[in-house]
Ligand binder design. Sequence first.
Ligand code: IPD
Length: 274
Amino acid sequence: NAEELTRMRDLATATADDAARLVVTERPRSLGVEATKSSEVDVVTVMDQRSEQLLRERIGAERPDDAILGEEGGASEGTSGLTWVVDPIDGTVNYLYGHPFFAVSVAVCIGDTTREGAWLPVAGAVSAPLLGETYAAAHGQGAHLVTADGRREPLTVSDCERLELALVGTGFGYEAAKREEQGAAVARLLPKVRDIRRGGSAALDLCFVASGRLDGYYESGINAWDQAAGQVIATEAGAAIGGAPGGEMGKAMAIATAPGIFADLTDCLFPEAR
Ligand code: IPD
């Protein structure tokens, strides 16, 4: 019901904000481009694990019957049919470099989060500590942004209706073969849009669609924890959501756009499906 959704959204917000504070205040000073690549990555992994542990403890204490799925710790069992899907640091490469575009993402989903396309986020929050911004939404209750000075602003997607005027975000996976495909999709899209951005945090990119800072976002092969909270926030702000024709969200192509460009963007990314 609506009250429980509000409570879950507020728990997502409080826990995401706590974990976001932790990853900023405890970020080792030595992290940076000077250190060796492997030790940097290890330190980031430790911060990822600490953030996820905090999220699991706080959510588990308040919601003992719900399952939790996290990027680092895998899935825990629940009995309620609800699963919290958490990304302890989304935008880890940005975090490694001290680039401010990273966030903690917390969502609660119904359905089967172990099966691609079989789940739906119903409430969630994305906390970006170095931007001083927390985005949140609950199904049927709209999406909002809380700024560092405590202002709460409702979110609405842009009214962009022409692909050639659209600022579109995307993301890339980590494997070379995947990146070749993703590069080909970018090459198709780039001549047709105002411009393309690669922010480095899918969760935040989806929130930027919600706020109109991007007209759309797409990514192939996106993981549930990168997508879940951002998806409910974008949906509640009025975004059109989809995946590849014939494919499934979370596996093939995730798309969230201002409704006015959804068809053209999808056509451009999947010309073969026309
Ligand atoms: C990554 C970011 C990135 C997206 C990648 C994700 P991570 O998440 O969201 O923007 O393009 O697909 O894996 O690894 O920083 O949690």
